[in-house]
Design a protein around this ligand. Structure first.
Ligand code: SF4
Ligand code: SF4
Length: 435
């Protein structure tokens, strides 16, 4: 049975720029900068200091709370500094700087865990926790916390390969080039959760990936392919659950409230690398694309690689590029200094042109209601905006601002070009501060 979610939009998906570009391994840079905060939750605490020699995959920062993911060296070499450095979020964040010795000497902990997982599939939870795996679709929620919250409560596991944000093709390329690794990760997670079946959900605009998966995922294999209609934000967790199962996560609720658990396809790929090769979360695939990039590409790179190295490898930027965005054009954030590092959640680096910047000076709401029709969370963006401008925190709460997923659908359709998403981010912060 087909299900659907309310609202949403159909922007140009822009996948054509990089969809045919195979994943190219990028040589590890001479120096990596690894922030101690690359996940949702408490920042980690460095366990190395300047002058220490580290191996690739060695633990360099440990967690300080349950909702956190440890951090590992992405290269071998010498710790050059432990100091605040510019983070993709625009703030200075404590970071571990490692001079790469070019040897990639692996840490002793890097070994296959296949045999032990065959004997005890539930050992995966501790492995994922120690391996620092987080949601690689950009959410960066620690995967062990997600597994723990779903244990014994879920009957449906959904693998999110919607990749609904325009331009991004990192998951698409992984599915086309390394489907067995994604499927392997899915099977490890299914065994961990004692689930006989999983659903792999892919948007219909990835025909090559779908064709390859159809050959592998034969009926009865335990993984069901679900082809989704291409519509943004199809990959948002609540919308995906509704599209696949028809179940609606209640406002303020979690997927486990409707017996579902969702993992990103890239996360499954990481789980497989961890189980089969012992690799913690030290690398990822990043799409470098958009009309402002000379040669759009997909790269496999180490965490801590400067964004400038990826842009250079993609042939550089066009002279008239307007802005560089990390993540998708809908939910990503602009960066002004390309020395910032790739972190675990960096799925894309986009070069966008001036005519793609929809901001307008002195925007005015004409009360057309398009934002209401587009909001997949059934919110009333025009009233939320008015309340935020007036600083009416009680009204923001009454209008359920905390349910806003910052998808940008309202801003995309708004003829008044109001800066709606920024207003909602500010409004949510005000509500949180009040609490
Ligand atoms: S879409 Fe823009 S102009 Fe129209 S009602 Fe919403 S905020 Fe106002
Ligand atoms: S940004 Fe928030 S208010 Fe706007 S459409 Fe998305 S969920 Fe709705």
């Amino acid at each position: 049975m087909k299900h659907s979610f309310f609202g949403g939009i159909h922007p140009d998906d822009g996948k054509r720029y990089s969809a045919a570009s195979p994943i190219t391994p990028l040589p590890p840079p001479p120096q990596v900068v690894i922030p101690v905060s690359m996940h949702i939750g408490a920042p980690c605490k460095p366990v190395v200091q300047k002058g220490d020699t580290v191996k690739m995959g060695q633990l360099i920062a440990e967690t300080t709370g349950f909702v956190a993911a440890p951090i590992h060296a992405s290269v071998s070499g010498t710790v050059a500094a432990v100091e605040p450095r510019l983070h993709p979020n625009g703030q200075k964040v404590m970071s571990i700087v490692i001079d790469n010795d070019g040897l990639d000497t692996p840490d002793e902990s890097i070994r296959s865990h296949k045999e032990e997982l065959e004997k005890d599939p539930h050992a995966l939870l501790e492995l994922v926790k120690n391996g620092g795996i987080v949601g690689m679709g950009g959410a960066t929620f620690p995967t062990h916390v997600k597994i723990s919250s779903g244990l014994g409560k879920v009957d449906t596991m959904i693998v999110n390969a919607a990749e609904c944000e325009p331009y991004i093709t990192s998951d698409q390329r992984i599915l086309e080039e390394q489907p067995e690794q994604v499927i392997g990760g899915i099977r490890y997670l299914m065994r961990m959760l004692d689930l006989p079946e999983a659903v792999l959900a892919v948007e219909g605009n990835k025909p090559e990936a779908i064709a390859g998966l159809k050959k592998r995922l034969t009926p009865g294999c335990g993984i069901r392919l679900h082809v989704l209609r291409t519509r943004y934000p199809q990959g948002a967790e609540k919308q995906l659950i509704q599209s696949v199962t028809g179940r609606q996560v209640p406002p303020g609720g979690l997927p486990a409230d409707v017996a579902c658990i969702v993992f990103n396809a890239h996360t499954c790929w990481c789980v497989n690398s961890l189980a089969e090769e012992g690799l913690p979360s030290i690398q990822r695939v990043v799409t470098v694309s958009g009309p402002g990039v000379a040669a759009p590409s997909n790269f496999l790179c180490r965490v801590g690689t400067p964004v400038s190295a990826l842009v250079e490898a993609a042939g550089g930027l066009r002279e008239d590029v307007d802005k560089i965005v990390l993540g998708g054009p809908m939910m990503g954030s602009a960066v002004f200094d390309l020395s910032v590092p790739v972190i675990k959640g960096t799925n894309a680096v986009l070069g966008l042109m001036p005519n793609q910047n929809l901001a307008k000076e002195n925007p005015v709401c004409i009360r057309c209601g398009r934002c209401v029709a587009a909001c997949p969370m059934h919110l009333q963006p025009l009233y939320l905006y008015a309340a935020e401008r007036k600083g009416e925190i009680g009204e923001l709460e009454r209008l359920h601002i905390t349910d806003c997923i910052e998808c940008g659908c309202c801003a995309y359709v708004c003829p008044g070009r109001l800066q709606l998403v920024q207003a909602f981010k500010d409004g949510k912060a005000q509500v949180k501060n009040k609490k």
